[in-house]
Design a protein around this ligand. Structure first.
Ligand SMILES: CC(C)(COP(=O)(O)OP(=O)(O)OC[C@H]1O[C@@H](n2cnc3c(N)ncnc32)[C@H](O)[C@@H]1OP(=O)(O)O)[C@@H](O)C(=O)NCCC(=O)NCCS
Length: 243
């Protein structure tokens, strides 16, 4: 018997990029758990709750019933023990398999950085944003580089160096996970603001020509378009050329 599955979304649906309300932290947590991707660190519910409580948990929801199709977070690392130099890990980046390849995570990374760095202006812009990608996972790399992350090269991550489990990523007999670390270049923030401003004023759509898909997006609850207008008026709509 043929099984009819409803599509995940249609052209008339709106994708809403949100800061996850604290009371809903379990939704992204359960979403990540359910998809069970071996390329993600295994974070506890406590880490998701902490991220939501500190305004650093994000999701993408669609349709009238606001079903989740994407998530991401910023998380403290163990490296800020000196109390001066803060480092935050961009992670738990995940998109529903049927919604991959249309630019959702690319847009979400830009929104997270602009929300954290420019809208909330959390700690005077002194913190570093880091991401780790296990060797062989090409999925997030293009989106990270496009958003202004730079490859810091290969590194070995050992259990205990991160607030989450990584053992499932270790090859038999090894005690580390081979990864590449990435760090956000703060100079890219103006370009991200310009990108978001341009997207907002040019139809607010993510498109995928191959699948003949155009999806409206809304991120006003996360990054106010009035904020983008004000910033672009100051920095100009395109990056200065030359030195
Ligand atoms: C990684 C992941 C979040 C990417 O989400 P996505 O919304 O499909 O990514 P985007 O559509 O924004 O992709 C951005 C770019 O990367 C490219 N890309 C995406 N997945 C890719 C893959 N597996 N291999 C090569 N390129 C890929 C896209 O073509 C796109 O390029 P473009 O901007 O030139 O069109 C998604 O694949 C996922 O959920 N993977 C499982 C969990 C995971 O590994 N998370 C990352 C942990 S660090």
């Amino acid at each position: 018997m043929a099984i009819t599955r409803p599509p995940l979304f249609t052209d008339s649906d709106m994708l809403t990029f949100r800061q996850t309300p604290t009371s809903e932290f379990r939704i992204p947590y359960t979403f990540v758990e359910a998809l069970n991707e071996g390329t993600l660190f295994d974070r506890s519910a406590r880490v998701f709750e902490e991220a939501a409580r500190t305004q650093r948990l994000y999701d993408v929801v669609v349709g009238e019933d606001q079903r989740i199709i994407g998530a991401g977070m910023l998380q403290d690392t163990f490296k800020d023990a000196d109390g001066i130099h803060r480092e935050e890990e961009l992670g738990a980046l995940i998109v529903h398999p049927a919604a991959r390849g249309i630019g959702i995570v690319g847009l979400m990374i830009k929104l997270i950085l602009v929300h954290r760095y420019a809208v909330l202006r959390t700690s005077g812009g002194e913190e570093d944003y880091i991401a780790h990608v296990v060797d062989g996972n090409r999925g997030p790399i293009h989106a990270l580089l496009t958003a202004g992350f730079e490859d810091l090269g290969p590194m070995k991550l050992h259990p205990g160096e991160f607030d989450g489990h990584i053992e499932h990523m270790m090859a038999p007999g090894e005690n580390y996970v081979p990864m590449h670390a990435y760090r956000f270049n703060h100079h890219a923030i103006d370009n991200l603001i310009r990108d978001l401003w341009a997207l907002w004023h040019a139809g607010r759509e993510l498109t995928c020509e191959d699948r003949n898909l155009r999806l409206k997006v809304d991120f006003a609850g996360m990054v106010d378009p009035a904020f983008l207008d004000a910033r672009v008026e100051r920095i100009g709509p395109s990056a200065p050329t030359g030195a």
